[in-house]
Every structure is written in C-alpha cells, then in structure tokens.
Design a protein around this ligand. Structure first.
Ligand code: ARG
Length: 572
C-alpha cells in the first residue's frame, strides 16, 4: 500500500465506525512545496470538527496509528493539525533504481480487475466530423488507455448515430438534388452537400422539406426496400471517412455498434418495459416517468417511431449480456445530462443495475468571442481542416526552431506536434468546463502544453546524443541514485508518483489529473536541468545518477503522453 492509502487507512482507524473513505481520499495529497514534506494530510481539521475533538490531538492519534516504514518515518504535526510526511531519501533512491528498468512504469496489476465499457466518439455519421467531436474522441480514448494501463479490461465502443434523422435528409436530397458525377468522384462530399442543403432549407422554414425528410427516415426504419438499399450503399463511404480521421488521431475501437444494430431489438424492449409496468401511455406516446424530472422519458413516439433513448436502453441490455461490465462510461456532451439521468434511472429499475453507469460529461469548445467555436463564415469547424491547421501551425514552429532538420522529418515532427497540441489543449481542461480554443496558447513552448512536454523529452534525448551514450547503457549500469541536491530529490519524488496519479485520474475520470502531473514533472525537470549539470557533473557516479534521472523523466513523459494518445519526437 502506498503512503496515500496508508494515511487514509489510519484516518479510518481513528474514526468511530471507520468513517467515509471518500472523505479521507481528499484529505491526503502530494505537496508542491517540500517545506510541507512530500505528502500532506489536512483532514484532521475537518474531521476534528465533525467529531468535536481537538485537531492536534486527533492528528497525534493518526500519527500513532500509522506505520509508513520503510517508505517514510512518522508524520510530523504542523500548524493547527496538518500531518506532513517526508519520504526517506534511501527509499526514494531505491525505488527509482527499480523503476529505471521496470517496463511496467511502477504499475502493479489490480487486485480485482474491472471490465469497463467506454462509449465514446459516437458521431452521427453521414455528416463530416466537426470540432465538437474532438472532445468525446480524445477524452474517451485517453480514459481507455488509462484504464488499460491500470490493468482493467476495456471495451471501446463507438456508438455510431447511423440511424437518425440525418439519413432522412440525405435520402430526400439524393432523390431530389443529387449530382451523379460529384457522387462518383467523392461520395462523402456529395452526401454531406446534400445533407447541408436539406438542413439549410429546413432551417429556413421550409415545412415540406422537413416533412419529406421525416417521411424518408420513417420509411427507412419501416424497412422500405429502396431506402434500405441506399443506406447500405452510403454507409461504407461514411465509415471510411470517419476511419481516416481515427487513423490519423491514432484512435481505435473494439466494436462499432451503431444505433442501426439495435433497431431489431426495440419493439421487444418497449414491450418488456410495458410488461414490467415501467412504461405507460401518455398523450399517445409510450413513456417512462422519472422521479424529480418534469419531462418523461419517451420510448415510443406518437407516430410509433422509437427514440434515441429506446436505443440506449437496448444497448444497456446488450452490453450487460455481452460483456457483463462493472462500469459503463458515456463520454458525451454535458448538454445530454438530462437524457442520461433518465436513462440510468429507467435502466436501474428495469434490472440493469449490475454496472455503474456514468455520464462522463464535458463542456463546449468556444471561440475567441466566447461563443461556440465557428469558422469566419459561421459554419461549424470541420475536424479534418482543424487538424490540418494545427499541423501547419506546428510546422512554422519546427521550421523556425530546427532549419537544420531535413524537410521530410520536419513534416513528420509537425504532424505529431500539431495533433499533440490539439489533443492536449482539450485533455488538460477540467472536462466539465467550456474552454476557449487558442492556437498560440496550445502550441506555446512554455506552459502547460504538449509542445512543452515534447520539447522537454527531445531535450533529454539531445543530452544523450551529446554525451554519446544510449539510455539503455545507463539502465544496464544500474547506477545508485544520488538525491542530495534539492532539485534531484524534487524530481525523484515526482517520478514515483505516476501510479497514484493514474489511479486518481481513473477514479475521477479526468485526464487533466494526468496532464497536471506531467506538467509538474516537466517543471521539476526544468529546475533540475538548470541547477544540476549532467554531462559535466563533478564525478562519474553523479553523472550516471543524473543521466538516470534524465532517462526516467523521458520514460515517464513518453509513457504519460502515450496515455493521452500523444507521441513524442527525438528532436524538434
Ligand atoms: N450520436 C450522439 C450524438 O452525436 C452521441 C451518442 C452518445 N452515446 C450514447 N450511447 N447515447 O449526440
């Protein structure tokens, strides 16, 4: 058990009835300033208040109850009742030398591995992906990587919107306005032109178009041969366009079961809910009422059509039967919060309460005007062109910094730096908040950006190049780690924190906990780099120890960025 968990357990031991572990979790944290030790617990103040005790006395009870050896000595009591823990230097040094050759980066398999289904990306197909899709795609991908790294079984499920009203619009466009030559050259471009055409005319208030498009959707769902044939013909092109983006982003799925997959199950789902008394007629529709919510959850509309929610219920049952998950994460815009509240409530009453269902909500990407991010003409920003622009911006930086690198390599570096910047800008936000999209900030060489971390990694590689030594050689030597300089120790202590950081990121479902850690690590490295000469260290032992710290930093940055879906480069 690590220091954090042992301290948490000690809190439990001094609390009548063991107390709430959630409270203790927040009560203990890593410190930024070594004045307060390496870990600090501030929990005694709040707990003492609740128990009507003296905080310092409570702190000494916790101090007595906790045994942190051989990791650290007894915590020190400070101020009104803080407990400060300082790790033993020898222990830190020993752990670091184990870590140097540990391909698992200090992670140990969990006692009880969980099965986690992650529903992410899940775009509505047949229209090009836009900027709004980036969030679900990168947050979901990163959570999948983090859970996998922690040793859990992950099912990545792209719940494609391949059955909705956008197909009716395309079918209407196809039947009335198609350009066969354009379709022959670029089917997806033509389909999305037809989609936008229908959308524009509906938006302009053309009721006949709206009605006609709706009728096309209804015919598709009812099994109309022509519409089904067209759907089957269009789908492969839509999927291929999506796949191009996923390949470029390095995102993969285990299953891509779209809404259409669940269509044959919907009638039976509604019948079952009715039979169990969970659904009833209301104004001609079939609905489930959810306590505390005004609008009912509609599972069959007045015209007999099934809903988004009906499909989601069928999906919950299918996932339960197929993978028996412990946890299902829905990485979806926070504006769908009410939908998920209702869905989870109905599913639980329906008997699907074996898995924890969680809406991993996120906010909106804003433009400089703090309104939802749009192009100059007011269109939504296409994802493909956004990625191209990021790479072009990154290319400018690489060209300016490293004119000596050959153009082809510069192009490859720019792709990695550009995509990294976009992903990191998104992942480093607390996902619940809206954030302003800003090119200059996301590509800054200094600050909490992927570029800064990639640059730190590349600088470390250049130390090894200049020293004409490979990291593997340092690892083989297993040099004793010397941590007598505060910057060496500060870096060393941080290098050991990755497992606890990942655990917390998985618990709170927040990749920004990992980005904050990586930024803190790179900052500690930068202090070390300024204060502690590596290749010119005063002795061979010191040089090897510092090279080991450099290598550990590089390994951790590479692994950590990898969990965000971001690559590193050896030079930039
Ligand atoms: N296709 C939906 C949209 O674009 C998101 C689907 C999210 N997943 C789900 N199981 N409801 O809004």
């Amino acid at each position: 058990m690590n220091v954090l968990n042992r301290l948490r357990a000690a809190f439990g031991a001094v609390t009548p009835e063991g107390g709430d572990p959630q409270v203790f979790r927040a009560a203990v944290r890593a410190t930024a300033d070594p004045k307060f030790g390496d870990y600090q617990a501030n929990g005694c103040m709040a707990l003492a208040k609740a128990l009507q005790q003296n905080p310092r006395e409570l702190a000494s009870a916790v101090r007595e109850a906790v045994d942190l050896e051989p990791t650290a000595g007894k915590p020190e009591i400070a101020g009104p009742g803080f407990l400060n823990v300082r790790l033993h230097d020898e222990w830190v040094a020993e752990q670091l030398s184990v870590l140097l050759n540990d391909p698992a980066h200090g992670l140990t398999p969990p006692e009880s591995p969980r099965t986690v289904v992650i529903d992410f990306s899940s775009p509505n197909v047949a229209k090009p992906m836009h900027v709004g899709h980036i969030r679900s795609t990168v947050i979901g991908d990163s959570l999948a990587r983090i859970f996998e790294a922690l040793g859990h079984k992950v099912v990545r499920d792209n719940h494609l919107g391949d059955w909705g009203s956008q197909f009716g619009m395309i079918l209407w466009g196809w039947k009335n306005h198609r350009d066969d030559d354009a379709y022959a050259t670029d089917p997806v471009a033509e389909l999305s032109r037809l989609y936008r055409l229908a959308q524009a005319r509906i938006k302009a208030g053309e009721k006949e178009v709206e009605e006609a498009a709706r009728a096309e959707t209804a015919k598709l769902h009812a099994g109309d041969a022509e519409n089904r044939e067209l759907w089957t013909r269009f789908m492969p092109f839509c999927l291929k366009a999506l796949q191009t983006i996923y390949d470029r982003l390095g995102v993969r799925f285990d299953v891509e079961l779209g809404e259409s997959f669940y269509d044959p199950m919907l009638a039976e789902v509604v019948a079952d809910l009715e039979a169990k008394g969970l659904a009833e007629e209301s104004e001609g529709a079939t609905v489930a009422f959810v306590a505390g919510m005004k609008a009912p959850f509609i599972i069959r509309k007045r015209d007999g059509a099934y809903n988004y929610g009906t499909t989601d219920l069928a999906t919950i049952r299918y996932r339960g039967q197929t993978w028996d998950p412990d946890q299902v994460l829905y990485v979806v815009d926070s504006r769908q919060g009410d939908h998920f509240k209702q869905l989870f409530d109905v599913a639980r009453r329906w008997g699907y309460d074996g898995a924890a269902l969680e809406h991993v909500a996120f906010g909106t990407i804003l433009g400089a005007d703090r309104k939802p991010f749009k192009t100059r003409d007011g269109d939504v920003v296409g994802l493909e062109s956004l990625l191209d622009e990021a790479v072009a911006e990154a290319r400018k930086i690489v060209d300016a910094n490293s004119p000596g690198i050959d153009p082809e390599t510069r192009g490859r570096i720019a792709e990695i730096v550009g995509l990294g910047a976009i992903k990191y800008a998104d992942l480093s936000q607390n996902r619940l908040s809206d954030y302003v999209f800003d090119w200059s900030k996301m590509l800054a060489m200094n600050g909490n950006t992927a570029t800064y971390l990639q640059y730190a990694y590349a600088r470390i590689q250049s130390i090894f190049r200049r020293g004409e030594i490979r990291p593997e050689q340092v690892r083989e030597r297993r040099p004793p780690l010397i941590l007598t300089h505060p910057a060496e120790r500060g870096l060393g202590v941080r290098l050991l924190r990755l497992p606890e950081v990942l655990e917390l990121a998985a618990l709170e479902l927040k990749p920004n906990i990992l980005t904050d850690y990586l930024f803190d690590l790179a900052s500690a490295y930068s202090t070390f780099f300024e204060d502690c000469p590596v290749l010119k260290a005063e002795s061979a032992e010191r040089r090897d120890s510092r090279l080991a710290l450099c290598d550990l930093t590089a390994q951790t940055l590479k692994f950590g960025l990898g969990l965000l879906g971001i690559d590193v480069v050896d030079q930039m």
